[in-house]
Design a protein around this ligand. Structure first.
Ligand code: A3P
Length: 300
């Protein structure tokens, strides 16, 4: 399914437009009413991220924790985007995210969304659902997003790196401002106790420790056998080879342009930012994050 003839069947790349305070394409707004009216259940778990923060990684962790032992056949037969539906997605030839989520047979239902905190469907808050938020430092995030937009024809055309970086700083990429996204969920966490806030850099530094903390939040105590399975499955190289999590089965993404599982590193931004771009970015970052208590590591 990854030949070029299949890819040519896709419509032209979509345009971004302003939508309720962020930038989106119609693939994420076409089903808007059903998204906002989604009926969450109290045991649903929402995985929230700004795109390219490691969403797939944390989705796979949760899926393995809940179902790795009890439903092992899932691991080899159901792609991660069907196990953990992308709530707001309405993409041609794919099931609607809302329908997939509605029809999940599992308990809990694991659901992914990139919506900023002010657009998360109300029922998640009303039902006091657990929310796992994963954030990644802006510099590595923008680099990962740039390459993702290159390889995914369902995304707006990224243009050249310099203009992309500027648009990221202005919040003119899919899902708008990274700065508002990470701060919005952090602020929410101060009043909503069922939100667990994680950092990609901590995950890279000590995956097991971060999984332990996640398990305390979820009230899980994985056995040694489960931990062993997680250790094996979650290795970057193993996920990269695993067609059920590396997005190689989706024709809209072209892994030859840039693989979905690209580098998985902290600090790859240094291979992309020029000295001038870095200075400009840092200056702008200080202004945008001046009131934020969040501290991101760009190297470890
Ligand atoms: P890079 O493009 O920097 O390699 P998302 O799932 O939100 O789209 O995020 C994708 C990013 O998470 C990619 O970053 C990908 O390589 C990284 N990632 C996924 N699984 C990982 C893992 N097991 N270890 C480290 N990074 C991982």
């Amino acid at each position: 399914m990854s030949d070029n003839s299949t890819k040519l069947e896709f419509p032209p790349r979509p345009e971004l437009f302003d939508f309720k305070g962020i930038s989106l394409t119609h693939y994420f707004t076409d089903n808007w009413e059903n998204i906002q009216n989604f009926q969450a259940r109290p045991d649903d778990i929402l995985i929230s991220t700004f795109p390219k923060s490691g969403t797939t990684w944390v989705s796979y962790i949760l899926d393995l924790l809940y179902f790795g032992q009890s439903l092992p056949e899932r691991l080899t037969s159901i792609p991660i985007y069907d196990r953990v539906p992308f709530l707001e997605l309405a993409f041609p030839k794919l099931d609607l995210g809302v329908d997939l989520a509605d029809n999940l047979p599992t308990s809990p239902r694991l659901i992914k969304s990139h919506l900023p905190v002010h657009l998360v469907p109300k029922s998640f808050w009303d039902q006091n659902c657990k929310i796992v938020y994963l954030a990644r430092n802006a510099k590595d995030n923008v680099v990962s997003f740039f390459h993702f937009d290159r390889m995914n024809v369902g995304q707006p055309d990224p243009g050249d790196w310099n203009s992309y970086l500027k648009r990221f700083m202005e919040g003119k990429v899919l899902y708008g401002s990274w700065y508002d996204h990470v701060n919005g969920f952090w602020k929410k966490k101060q009043t909503y106790s069922n939100l667990h806030y994680m950092f990609y850099e901590d995950m890279i530094q000590d995956t097991e420790l971060e999984i332990d903390k996640l398990c305390s939040f979820l009230g899980l105590s994985p056995s040694d056998e489960e931990k062993k399975l997680l250790r094996h499955e979650l290795k970057f190289d193993n996920m990269k080879k695993n067609d059920m999590v590396n997005y190689s089965l989706l024709p809209v993404m072209d892994g030859k342009v840039s693989p979905f599982m690209r580098k998985g590193k902290v600090g790859d931004w240094k291979n992309h930012f020029t000295v001038a771009q870095n200075e400009e970015f840092d200056e702008d970052y200080k202004k945008k994050m001046k009131d934020s208590p969040l501290h991101f590591r760009t190297t470890i």
